[in-house]
Write a new protein. Sequence first.
Length: 339
Amino acid sequence: MRRSLFLVFFASWSTVLVAQDIQYSQYYANPIYLNPAFTGSTGLTRAGVNFRNQWPAMEESFVAYTAYFDHFEERLNSGFGLIIQGAQESFTQTSLNEIGLVYSYRLRLGEKNYIQAGFQGSFVSRDALFDRVILGTQLDIDRGVIVGKPGGSFEGDSQIRSADAHVGLLYYGEKAWFGVAVSHLLEPQISYLAEDTNELPMKYSLHGGYRIDLAPGDINDYFNNTDQERALTLGFNYKKQGAFSQLDLGTEFYFEPLVLGIWYRGLPTKYALPNSESLVFLLGVNIPMGIDLGYSYDYSVSKLGFVGSGGAHELSVRYVFSPKSNRKRRYSGQSFFRY
């Protein structure tokens, strides 16, 4: 009954709902999703997977994932990439899947300073199961019965196919970076109702950070002592989409091979929502062969946290294809803010 009532509400009010993109706590470990200009920014070849399980303690589930691959071609000063992302929401029986091709061009400003511009073209699939939808017009309140079968009176399309595009610009040097991205330039149709023309609003994102190198330590590998790289990284990510906006602020401490981080997410909106949304705790490890592993947990500090949401769990895995010497020289020392 709870599911049916929610779907009645969902179908009746979908004309005024504002859709939002999936937000990842480890956005820095999901670079192409954050900004297409990150494509090829390692100067190497990279592959990664991200998985998010939000509010697991609630009856219904919301999970999301991304998988990406990118390569930098030095002869062309260009990066080429592929990204696949998806999300499933069991309560409304909806799903989103997107596949995109990404290109970036790198302009060198100095010995260790670059500007990169990126573009992503995508094909998007949105699906919903309306076989359980009960519209308000099907409810006979006097007799307390439902007229017709669930989904039988729904006039709309349960499948939406559309194209989309995203652009971004990125500056990065040896210790600092700053980027801006605009998503959903084509503002694709997102309403399943035949008479509705609701479109997905563009999303604007500003992000950046700075790494502070700390005095190295020593690692005893039973044969000799080697320097243990240590660094403190500060970062932010601001997003605005339609009437909603959000700011992530955080810091990470990298002492090779471990990463410890804490983040705060929250920003006032024009609605009567709490300013604070969650605290994010991160544990990561860098395996010398080129693999980065990260786990983070979102602890809800908003009112939602008191109803047993369970927060959110997020996993990230990345691998960089490169000789060991190149990996240490070009890719290490940036904890989970790696380009």
